[in-house]
Design a protein around this ligand. Structure first.
Ligand code: ATR
Length: 272
């Protein structure tokens, strides 16, 4: 039986943890699959996707292709469509036996799962501050508002925060105009602090803010997973907050992707 091939595409992609995670999972489950990272420059995406379905059973999509990838897929889940980004592709056999490339977004499940693992089981009426208003923020804000949380988007460019907030029924604020203690949960979705810029934080005054309102400390989460402990998380810890690392969410979204990969192929053909 031929080996099922999967990949993660992005640019740059060298440091992706996905191949290690998925190949380990294939091995653990006795699945004949292989997963690799493929660097695809933005200008080469259309050519790369032309025969994707002939070469791969599925894969993951990361920066900067999560939005543009949608035009090369035959079907996109309503959730991924609402977010405007796909991070998982699965080849499925549609009506008439024709293979179709289907797109999903597992970042929503990843975020919710990371919270659940850390004791946040109910999001209804929780006050959440989402820092950032880019592509990653869209999935987080979508998932949180769907779960009934009261979300405020804080962003360097207020207009971007307002636009995102309007799309999903959230509030908007600028980066300097809020009190962290007003929130149950703060999530960073910007890339500020990502390796190699490990000394940066999207909220440089977080420690002082927390010290001034130490009576009510929020739970603090970062979606950056390189480094594991970002400056933002270190500051939150210093201020006495409980933290959730980006690694937790990354692993949770990878598990959800893996489930989708397995669901596309009958266990008989996949599992030895
Ligand atoms: P992604 O798709 O990975 O989320 P993005 O769309 O480029 O990336 O979004 C980056 C987010 O990080 C934006 O919210 C951006 O703020 P602006 O809307 O003002 O551009 C935020 N961001 C990037 N660099 C920042 C910095 N140095 N300080 C604060 N916010 C920053």
């Amino acid at each position: 039986m031929p080996q099922k091939k999967y990949c993660v595409i992005g640019y740059p992609i060298r440091h992706s943890l996905s191949p290690r995670i998925h190949n380990r999972e294939f091995k653990k489950r006795g699945v004949k699959g292989r997963y690799r990272a493929v660097e695809v420059k933005p200008e080469n995406l259309a050519v790369f996707m032309k025969n994707f379905g002939e070469r791969f059973e599925g894969g993951n999509v990361t920066i900067p292709h999560k939005e543009k990838i949608m035009r090369f897929l035959e079907w996109v889940s309503p959730e991924a469509r609402a977010i405007g980004a796909v991070n998982t592709i699965v080849k499925r056999v549609g009506r008439g036996g024709k293979a179709q490339l289907c797109g999903y977004n597992t970042d929503v499940v990843g975020c919710r799962e990371a919270l659940r693992e850390n004791g946040v089981k109910v999001l209804k009426n929780k006050c959440v501050l989402v820092v950032g208003a880019g592509g990653a923020a869209r999935a987080v804000v979508y998932g949180l508002t769907k779960a009934g949380a009261q979300v405020t988007v804080a962003n360097r460019t207020l207009a971007h925060a307002k636009k995102l907030a309007r799309a999903f029924g959230a509030y908007a604020t600028s980066l300097s105009a809020f009190n962290p203690s007003d929130f149950d949960l703060i999530i960073n979705t910007t890339s500020v602090g990502m390796w190699p810029h490990t000394k940066e934080s999207p909220l440089p005054n977080l420690v002082a803010h927390l010290a001034a309102h130490a009576n009510k400390l929020p739970l603090v989460m970062d979606i950056i997973y390189r480094p594991r402990l970002t400056k933002f998380l270190k500051d939150a810890k210093k201020g006495g907050c409980r933290i959730i690392t980006g690694e937790t969410m990354f692993l949770a979204q990878a598990r959800a992707s893996f489930q989708l990969f397995l669901s596309s192929t009958s266990p008989k053909t996949l599992i030895r």
